[in-house]
Ligand binder design. Structure first.
Ligand code: IPE
Ligand code: IPE
Ligand code: MG
Length: 223
């Protein structure tokens, strides 16, 4: 993959399709989420290997609270477990973890794991891994604009950077209220591959697709 050396890429991923992946295999949806967590590990490693600057992952949307309580509880516990188990190795690999979204509605154990992971990895400069939990882009924008702000100050308050490349797995072609502001000029990539099957080869194929696109930002593209 070719990336412009002066600008480190920000890749955002809507990790969709865990439930369908499990259901088509006669497994409970929770099994799809567990395999999906393994996919996260592998994709983070791949991102580090490619020198990607920032990776923002949509793990749990504000709308996902509407799911059955056992599935929600399973996801909360999986996220907590992921942060507790992965933070030390991510720290060793120079990854800084931050979490986007509301903190006041997640279980206390997860809230603590978030704070601990953020503190432990605060010095990481290689890859900025952002995990969106109880996240809604609309909520994020609304709380950021509470009192008139500039675009720059708004971006700062939203706590992320402009997305260069947005990937959604699972076959649906929508944003689901993810990073609305930040995706203003993002290149979009939709794949039918379900998240648990999205391995380094699929990630590479997506990045290769991005690498040959012409971004014009409203101007006439250079010939
Ligand atoms: C994405 O997979 C994970 C979360 C939204 C938490 P889904 O659980 O939405 O999987 P599908 O879309 O039902 O297959
Ligand atoms: C989007 O997936 C949110 C995450 C991947 C965390 P959903 O499965 O929740 O989105 P919809 O319901 O298909 O829009
Ligand atoms: Mg889904």
């Amino acid at each position: 993959m070719q990336t412009n050396s002066s600008h480190k890429l920000h890749v955002a991923i809507i990790m969709d399709g865990n439930g369908r992946w499990a259901e088509t295999r006669g497994m409970p949806r929770s099994a799809g989420h567990e395999v999906g967590a393994d996919t996260v590990r592998s994709i983070v490693r791949t991102a580090i290997g490619h020198g990607i600057g920032a990776l923002t992952l949509y793990a749990f949307s504000t709308y996902n609270w509407q799911r059955p309580e056992p599935e929600v509880a399973g996801l909360m516990s999986l996220l907590r477990h992921f942060l507790l188990v992965e933070a030390p190795e991510l720290r060793r690999n120079g990854v800084r973890i931050t979490v986007l979204g509301r903190r006041d509605r997640v279980p206390l154990g997860l809230a603590r794991a978030i704070t601990a992971a953020e503190r432990a990895t605060a010095g990481g400069t290689r890859l900025h891994l952002r995990i969106a939990i109880d996240y809604s882009a609309r909520d994020a924008i609304l709380s950021a604009v509470a009192d008139g702000v500039t675009a720059e100050a708004l971006a700062e308050r939203l706590g992320t950077e402009d997305v260069d490349f947005l990937i959604r797995t699972g076959g649906d072609q929508r944003l689901s209220d993810f990073l609305l502001w930040e995706c203003a000029q993002a290149e979009l990539y939709f794949t039918k591959v379900q998240w648990p099957d999205f391995g380094p080869a699929e990630f590479d194929a997506a990045l290769a697709d991005f690498a040959v696109r012409t971004r014009s930002f409203g101007a006439v593209p250079a010939a």
